[in-house]
Write a protein that binds this ligand. Structure first.
Ligand code: ATR
Length: 274
């Protein structure tokens, strides 16, 4: 990498960002394509994130990824945004700021990559959890499935997500087993199982043999949820898929070329193992 005064700067902004894998992924692709650019992680601790994001223009940043807790501020800071929450920002040649959301489409890409048969008029999806990630995935899945059931420890949050899409329904936490038994696609979006955190006994034994499961957690890559699903013989999709594909779509928005997802996976697996 030959960094000069002309090198374009890209970044991930959020709090915390010190464990982000995006710099490894994006700098790998920048090198693959021989681009004069660099991608760094910037911790943004600000009570006024909108003003802070707008000010990034004065530093000449060309584009950023945005993570928790600034995705809403990113959408509001932009002159145009394709969604109410944004994970990608791009400064245009005229100085204006465009916001995009590649989380949902990136999640669909990861399903297409590993289980291309997932789409169908009769597909019943179940989303476990109701945080920001669940909301994005519910919106992305909604047009492609018959129903999106949302189940969450705090039922009001599940209701909020379910109400925000036309085919959303809520299930009570006590109905986990019923939900697992009926679902064709289960997406685990809670922090249960993250970084060694306790994980419940997921009722995967009641799933149909054709059910596809996905976890968005990638630390550890093989979460207790995925381990149990694979033991049951189900198609199981790990959390790196969504990370890579939202990143690939970000890269394409900035540089106009589609990067190599397989190369990113190899680099990220190595980073997670070290
Ligand atoms: P994000 O926006 O990144 O998705 P979040 O809003 O913190 O993260 O959401 C975390 C999810 O994990 C929530 O659905 C949360 O459930 P609550 O809404 O009831 O808090 C879920 N979660 C975290 N710890 C949990 C636990 N011990 N049991 C069940 N669900 C849990």
């Amino acid at each position: 990498m030959n960094i000069t005064a002309a090198t374009k700067t890209f970044a991930i902004i959020g709090d915390p960002v010190d464990h982000s894998l995006s710099p490894i992924m994006q700098n790998g692709w920048i090198a693959d394509h021989g681009l004069d650019a660099v991608y760094v992680a910037l911790s943004l601790k600000s009570a006024n994130a909108i003003a802070a994001i707008r000010a990034l223009k004065q530093l000449g940043l060309a584009g950023v990824n945005v993570t928790v807790p600034h995705k809403e501020a990113a959408a509001r800071a932009a002159d145009r945004s394709e969604a109410g929450v944004a994970n990608v920002l791009r400064w245009e040649p005229d100085g204006s700021l465009s916001a995009f959301n590649t989380d949902g489409p990136g999640f669909l890409d990861s399903l297409d990559e590993t289980a291309s048969h997932w789409r169908g008029p009769a597909t019943r999806a179940l989303i476990v959890g109701a945080g920001g990630a669940a909301q994005g995935i519910a919106h992305a899945l909604s047009p492609h499935v018959s129903t999106v059931h949302v189940i969450n420890r705090t039922p009001q949050r599940a209701d909020e997500v379910a109400r925000s899409i036309p085919n959303g329904r809520t299930l009570r936490w006590d109905d986990l087993e019923r939900g697992f038994g009926a679902a064709d696609l289960i997406v685990q979006t809670t922090t249960l199982g993250f970084d060694g955190a306790d994980s419940p006994e997921w009722p995967l034994a009641v799933c149909k043999p054709t059910t596809i499961v996905a976890d968005i957690v990638y630390r550890p890559l093989e979460t207790p949820f995925l381990v149990a699903a694979r033991r049951r013989g189900l198609v199981a999709i790990d959390g790196l898929g969504m990370l890579i594909h939202q990143g690939a779509r970000s890269f394409e928005l900035w540089f106009g070329v589609k990067p190599d997802a397989a190369k990113a996976r190899a680099r990220l697996m190595q980073a997670l193992a070290s």
